[in-house]
Design a protein around this ligand. Structure first.
Ligand code: AMP
Length: 417
């Protein structure tokens, strides 16, 4: 039996990087006041249909939707923002005007055509801020993301920024697009013909070169911004400039979900080929209300962890953890007698391994090497008699005899030398 098409197992060399990202995320975003939220993996279908938008590819073609045994239509979450908004509404999390900052990570599901960097089960790490439409929230939440990624030292990342307007200006842009594209409908692909009526912004996203050729002379949304939205966007850019964050403006960036208002952005990587978006996000001021909550503004983003992990693997050597210490015994009975000692070493915080077969020294050393142990503790006849340890530092080759009681301190000291 094999994994289902579009899904994969994450093996230790992958999960080591996932863990490094997640550990850093919780520590880093705590400095900005983010706390973790965990929502269910499936929700009522209506939540996503309404929240993400009936005319989007996600809702039309990509959701894993099924009836449960009670006849309810449920959907495996294709993204998490709508679910987090549902939770904010359900638990009345925003009170007064204090922003609420939530962080999440977990699997998401979309029935897309699998290819490199595109899976049917993929993982997202996301941050959402509710309760304020201050442009500083947009800028700071983007800044938090950029500084989160800093230690991974990833080159070739570009932050692309736009404002997609809102109900005050976007309808005029949509009307303009519909009218202009209606004259060119014969030149558009079948999908785009439908999109003109259902979700005309998506036409801008179409990868079909013939469609793209029809877009080159179209006005972009910036020509339609209301004064208020223009000012909001200016303030976001100013704050990003203040933080020293570089970005590229792309007035054609529209994103694949309907709920965005004002700021929208993506982080693109030159290391990913066709699926170049590492993450995406933006402001979604109407979404909490749309899923039945109060009218609180929101801003957030989601990183595609599968893609981030693949880039990090290229530039950083993050490996599954290795043993601090590997025991090599002359006789199996000496290992059996040492089990409480080994337990105490683990209690003291060391990662300890051994080869229970206790074969030749050579074969045991071979396994210590394979595991990448930092130190090998050899218990030969002399050491067993004297209850000492012959300790070999595998990095330097240095060997010393140490007392059992001093073993932990010795390893700690040598590891930090
Ligand atoms: P979205 O919710 O569409 O803005 O997606 C946010 C991020 O999730 C994207 O920028 C990708 O990095 C990642 N992502 C989206 N769909 C997939 C997929 N099918 N497989 C892997 N990663 C994905």
């Amino acid at each position: 039996m094999k994994t289902v098409k579009g899904t994969r197992d994450l093996l230790p060399e992958d999960t080591a990087i996932f863990q490094a990202i997640e550990q850093r995320a919780f520590a880093h975003f705590a400095k900005y006041g983010f706390h973790e939220i965990r929502t269910p993996i499936f929700e009522q279908t209506q939540l996503f249909a309404r929240g993400i938008g009936e005319g989007t590819d996600i809702v039309n073609k990509e959701m894993y939707t099924f009836e449960d045994r009670g006849g309810r239509s449920v959907t495996l979450r294709p993204e998490m923002t709508a679910a987090v908004c549902r939770a904010v509404a359900q638990h009345n999390l925003v009170q007064g005007d204090d922003p609420v900052r939530l962080l999440y990570t977990g699997p998401t599901f979309r029935y897309e055509r699998p290819q490199a960097g595109r899976y049917r089960q993929f993982y997202q790490l996301g941050a959402e801020v509710f309760g304020s439409d201050d442009p500083l929230i947009d800028a700071e939440t983007i800044e938090a993301l950029i500084t989160f990624l800093e230690p991974f030292e990833l080159p070739n990342l570009t932050l692309v920024l736009n404002s997609v307007g809102d109900h005050t200006d976007r309808p005029r842009y949509l009307a303009y697009l519909r009218a202009t594209l209606a004259d060119r409908v014969d030149q558009l692909c079948g999908d785009c013909k439908v999109r003109i009526d259902k979700n005309v912004l998506r036409v801008l996203d179409c990868k079909n070169p013939t469609c793209q050729a029809q877009m080159t002379d179209l006005e972009t949304i910036d020509a339609f911004w209301s004064d208020e939205n223009r000012q909001h966007f200016e303030a976001v850019k100013q704050a990003l400039d203040g933080y020293g964050i570089q970005y590229t403006l792309n007035p054609r960036l529209v994103r694949g979900l309907d709920y965005y208002t004002k700021t929208a952005f993506e982080l693109l990587s030159g290391d990913l080929g066709a699926q170049s978006a590492v993450m995406g996000g933006g402001r979604y001021d109407g979404l909490v209300k749309m899923v039945g909550g109060p009218n609180v503004p929101g801003f957030g983003w989601a990183v595609g962890l599968d893609r981030l992990v693949s880039i990090i693997a290229k530039y950083q050597n993050i490996q599954p953890s290795r043993p601090d210490l590997f025991f090599v015994y002359g006789e199996r009975s000496w290992l059996d007698a040492d089990l409480p000692f080994i337990r105490d070493l683990r209690r003291a915080g060391l990662s300890v391994a051994y080869d229970s077969r206790c074969g030749s020294f050579k074969s045991q050393f071979k396994r210590a090497d394979k595991y990448g142990a930092a130190f090998v503790a050899v218990i030969g006849e002399a050491e067993q008699d004297a209850q000492t340890i012959q300790l070999k530092n595998m990095a330097t080759g240095e060997q010393t005899t140490v007392a059992r009681a001093g073993l932990v301190a010795h390893i700690r000291e040598a590891s930090h030398a």
